[in-house]
Design a protein around this ligand. Structure first.
Ligand code: ADP
Length: 690
């Protein structure tokens, strides 16, 4: 194979002829034209093949007629071997000059054929042309080799890049998965910390102990919020976040989000407003939990960075087609604002506008990054307008489905509370004012009934028409005189009114007042959760709902007395067992414990249970597998109600639990209130057999 490009001035010629004078003639002729040329001679075809290999000539002048191996045969062999195939061959003949021979010369691979006698100049011109072609060919080939080398280098670089990217992606995925697993592991002990502090706070404590325990609880909740942020962030990063789509009431969601941050806002001179444009459908379908998370994050920031003035939520709706629309939320505040040059950093993860704010306000700098990614996952976007010193408005949009009319009808119980008259009797004047404002915002008709029961008789007589419900501070009822209880009883019997007890946290363990002969429709814990209150009122005041049926919400008194249940707690973690058992005990329940899914099956075979509180992650047989086995292997009359308990906050888990055959779902850390409500929904043996 030729490697170097030959110089046109100093070529190497291989002269092949069995006759010496033939070779000499050609050598002289060529020498005259190419004085720097090197002449290599061969007297036979065999020798020519050897010389062509070791001398690497630029051109072979080959006699056609030779003994043993003639020019045609030699040419074929030269062209057949890779090392010599590219060397041009000029066949020369004095005898075989007819066109047939010329054709077979060319057919054997010769590049040209010249017949003797020839004009010297004609031969030289042919040699010259062949050398030029040879030279160009070599130059092209050299260039091709350079290109090929470059291609190989590029391919290698590309390959390296692909490998580097793969390594980086694997590392990122490993990091995200590690974070997701870690935060999940961290949530489990937090269940113990928060749950047991809750239990502790409900025991007899002196002021200092109460203060210390409350601090533990607040710190625990802050830590849990950070862990949740990291968990979300890593799930989004590793693409493991799935969104749900379920119908929900937008108004409730907004109220609930505001309710969550109310405590944070208290102590500041802040007014909270919300407004949903009237053309917005009351019911939309999307991921309610994630939407609430975004709103809560924006609201919490707005309150964090605003000392006085107002925080406002505005919701607008835009139709996309019959079944889909876009919601536009704007959360505005009158706080410190954000300098223009810092705005681009806002939505980056772990980034805060001013590092010193971390110390002043706390936070991880993940909230906005998560919120923005969530809105994008929901088909929308997020942006901000702000003026330092005057405030900020965070906007975001999301796409939602608009449920069909029948779905709307089923969910929209807003009309149940509209215009209803409710009497507020609360020893806390301020709380009473806040409740009245809340009820007015739902277009109810609250009646401010005073901070004692002193005037209750007169009040109930005077109010025309009579109130349909009374929201009564439990403390007032404890201190009520018999004639006041009698007045309430008269109102209840005459009007079928619903009595709702406002219950103060901390007094929960204490004896429940003997309310007989009054009927308590629901007991509501303070601080009052707007959405919870709305749900309870909607159900109690729903048309056709008598007060006897209205024991929804949280039933008064130790739940176990009114709602006895045989409970099996399936949980392998001893701390979590303790949390659940203590909570259940405080509601008056005794539960049996099973530590694995297999133990659950065994326990259920031995005895009937109304309810299994089922942890998802257990050794031997996990909660989902155990549930599937229960649902397929047990007869209908031995089927328990199953509530999932899980520390994994992965979205989509609820669907998995329901698909496996569970009835309800509670996330750890379990809140006592949620557990009470879930137990309240579990049917009793008597109801089941009825
Ligand atoms: P963090 O958990 O630190 O609050 P976020 O991602 O929610 O993280 O917010 C990032 C930063 O953006 C905050 O630390 C703050 O500097 C700025 N910021 C967010 N909301 C507001 C607001 N309403 N007013 C002023 N600054 C804000």
């Amino acid at each position: 194979m030729d490697t170097a490009v030959t110089s046109e001035a100093t070529p190497v010629f291989l002269l092949v002829d069995d006759r010496e004078e033939g070779r000499t003639f050609l050598a002289r002729l060529l020498h005259f034209r190419y004085p720097g040329a090197r002449m290599v001679e061969a007297a036979s075809g065999i020798e020519a093949l050897a010389r062509a290999l070791d001398a690497a000539p630029d051109l072979i002048l080959l006699d056609a007629l030779m003994p043993e191996m003639d020019g045609f045969e030699t040419c074929r062999k030269l062209k057949a071997q890779a090392e010599t195939a590219a060397i041009p061959v000029l066949m020369v003949s004095a005898v075989l000059t007819d066109s047939e021979n010329r054709i077979s010369g060319l057919a054997s691979g010769a590049d040209s054929y010249i017949c003797k006698p020839f004009e010297n100049d004609e031969l030289l011109a042919q040699v010259n042309a062949m050398l030029r072609i040879r030279h160009h060919e070599q130059a092209l080939r050299a260039q091709q080799r350079v290109l090929e080398d470059e291609l190989v280098t590029r391919r290698r670089i590309e390959q390296d890049l692909v490998e580097a990217r793969q390594t980086a992606e694997n590392a990122a995925l490993a990091k995200s998965e590690f974070l997701a697993n870690m935060s999940h592991e961290l949530r489990t002990p937090m269940n113990g910390v928060i749950g047991l502090t809750d239990v502790l706070l409900d025991t007899e404590l002196d002021a200092e102990q109460r203060d210390l325990a409350s601090t533990i609880k607040t710190s625990g909740e802050t830590l849990l919020a950070v862990i949740n942020d990291i968990l979300d962030f890593s799930k989004i990063e590793s693409g493991r976040l799935e969104l749900e789509s379920r119908p929900f009431r937008l108004r409730d969601l907004v109220i609930h989000a505001l309710n969550l941050i109310q405590r944070q806002a208290s102590g500041k001179e802040l007014a909270l407003f919300w407004e949903i444009e009237s053309r917005t459908p009351p019911l939309v379908a999307g991921d309610e939990i994630r939407l609430r998370q975004i709103l809560s994050n924006l609201l919490s920031n707005a309150i964090k960075f605003t000392e006085r003035g107002e925080v406002r939520i505005h919701v607008a709706f835009c139709d996309l087609d019959h079944h889909n629309g876009e919601l536009h939320f704007a959360v505005s505040d009158t706080g410190i604002g954000i300098p223009a040059e810092k705005m681009n950093r806002l939505f980056r993860s772990f980034s805060q506008v001013d590092a010193s704010t971390t110390r002043q306000y706390g936070g991880t700098g993940l909230g906005l990054a998560i919120s923005k990614q969530l809105t994008e996952l929901m088909g929308g976007r997020m942006w901000v307008e702000s003026e330092p010193g005057r405030g900020s408005t965070f906007h975001f949009t999301i796409r939602v489905r608009v449920p069909q009319l029948d779905e709307q009808g089923r969910h929209d119980t807003h009309s149940a509370v509209f215009g209803r008259r409710i009497l507020l009797l609360d020893s806390d004047d301020e709380a009473r004012g806040r409740l009245a404002a809340l009820l007015t915002s739902w277009e109810m008709k609250p009646i401010l009934g005073g901070t004692t029961l002193d005037l209750i008789e007169a009040l109930l007589l005077r109010q025309q028409p009579a109130p349909e419900a009374i929201l009564l501070d439990e403390f007032l009822l404890r201190a009520a005189r018999p004639e006041q209880v009698a007045a309430l009883h008269r109102w209840q019997t005459a009007h079928g009114g619903a009595l709702l007890l406002l219950h103060t946290a901390g007094a929960q363990g204490a004896a429940v007042p003997d309310v007989a002969p009054l009927h308590v429709a629901a007991q509501i814990s303070r601080p009052v959760s707007a959405s919870n209150l709305f749900d309870i009122l909607s159900r109690i005041l729903a048309p056709g709902n008598t007060q006897a049926e209205a024991g929804t919400g949280i039933p008064a008194g130790p739940l176990a007395h009114q709602h006895p249940l045989r409970i099996l707690l399936a949980e392998d973690n001893p701390v979590n067992q303790k949390v659940a058992i203590r909570m259940l005990e405080r509601m008056g329940y005794q539960a049996t414990i099973a530590s694995t899914g297999a133990d659950v099956l065994m326990a259920l075979k031995q005895q009937y249970y109304d309810l299994v509180l089922m942890d998802l992650q257990m050794p031997v047989l996990d909660g989902l597998q155990a549930t599937r086995q229960i649902r397929t292997e047990f007869p209908a009359d031995r089927q328990p109600y199953i509530i999932a308990l899980t520390a994994s906050a992965l979205v989509g888990d609820r669907d998995k639990c329901i698909a496996a055959g569970m009835n309800d779902y509670l996330r750890k850390p379990i809140r006592e209130l949620d557990l009470r409500a879930a137990l309240g929904r579990c049917p009793r043996v008597a109801e089941k057999s009825a």
